[in-house]
Design a protein around this ligand. Structure first.
Ligand code: AP5
Length: 214
């Protein structure tokens, strides 16, 4: 199954994408996580992405598309994948559609996690991320067992550079301008599903499983 997670920054795409990927035993592909791993490792790609990300802007489509096309060509993507944070612009969605069409495939579901902007800034301020293994926590809604330490790998948890309130506001503007049009794009393709992202993590997960018929 090929699934795209849509939604504003902080809507819970990563949280739900990991759970869906675990349940369906398919890879979770987060372009944000791939960029952050490259920044941490000091690669050329990381250096290029960092300036855009820290300012709350999108990384150019050409860079992102190359990275995603390489990733989905890998063996473990044969039975599907969950995209988290991709596509994020109409050109990215069109390029993905074209690449899949060329091999006789298409996206099965685009799941939009709906959360009003007012809730987002609050959620992001409480998010703590593990840059070592990609796990995500929230100081109130999904706290780690030991404060500041990743349950999964024991590394220190961080407030992401782009989760500071001024940058979150900019990311929301960019989302409304460049990513929200994808909702109509996938509605037109007949594969859009809408989930109420204001509910608790487990409740949102159950909604999504029902929407995608699992
Ligand atoms: P990316 O990492 O993709 O960030 P994002 O889309 O802004 O999404 P987030 O990771 O911030 O939020 P999320 O929806 O995954 O929420 P989460 O589950 O963590 O991208 C970062 C940057 O990389 C971009 O700004 C851009 O520069 C660049 N980039 C990435 N992809 C790109 C692309 N395709 N093209 C161009 N540039 C690209 O949840 C948030 C918090 O809320 C957590 O603390 C969580 O524990 C908590 N939470 C989750 N669900 C709930 C719930 N139901 N109730 C209460 N709390 C909850």
């Amino acid at each position: 199954m090929k699934i795209i997670m849509l939604g504003a920054p902080g809507a819970g795409k990563g949280t739900q994408a990991k759970k869906i990927a675990d349940r369906l035993q398919i890879p979770h592909i987060s372009t944000g996580d791939i960029f952050r791993a490259n920044i941490k490792n000091g690669t050329e790609l990381g250096k290029e992405a960092k300036s855009y990300m820290d300012a709350g802007n999108l990384v150019p489509d050409s860079v992102t598309l190359r990275l995603v096309m390489d990733r989905i060509a890998k063996e473990d993507c044969q039975n599907g994948y969950v995209f988290d944070g991709f596509p994020r612009t109409i050109p990215q969605a069109e390029a993905l559609e074209e690449a899949l069409r060329a091999i006789g495939q298409k996206i099965d579901f685009a799941v939009d996690i709906e959360v009003p902007d007012e809730n987002i800034v609050h959620r992001m301020g409480g998010r703590r991320a593990c840059l070592a293994c990609g796990a995500t926590y929230h100081t109130v809604y999904a706290a780690p067992k030991k404060e500041g330490v990743c349950d999964r790998c024991g590394a220190a948890l961080m407030l992401r550079e782009d989760d500071r309130p001024e940058t979150v506001k900019k990311r929301l503007d960019v989302y409304h301008e460049q990513t929200q049009p994808l909702i109509d794009f996938y509605q037109d393709r007949g594969c859009l599903k809408r989930a109420d992202g204001t509910k608790g993590v487990e409740e949102v997960f159950l909604q999504i499983l029902e929407l995608i018929g699992v």
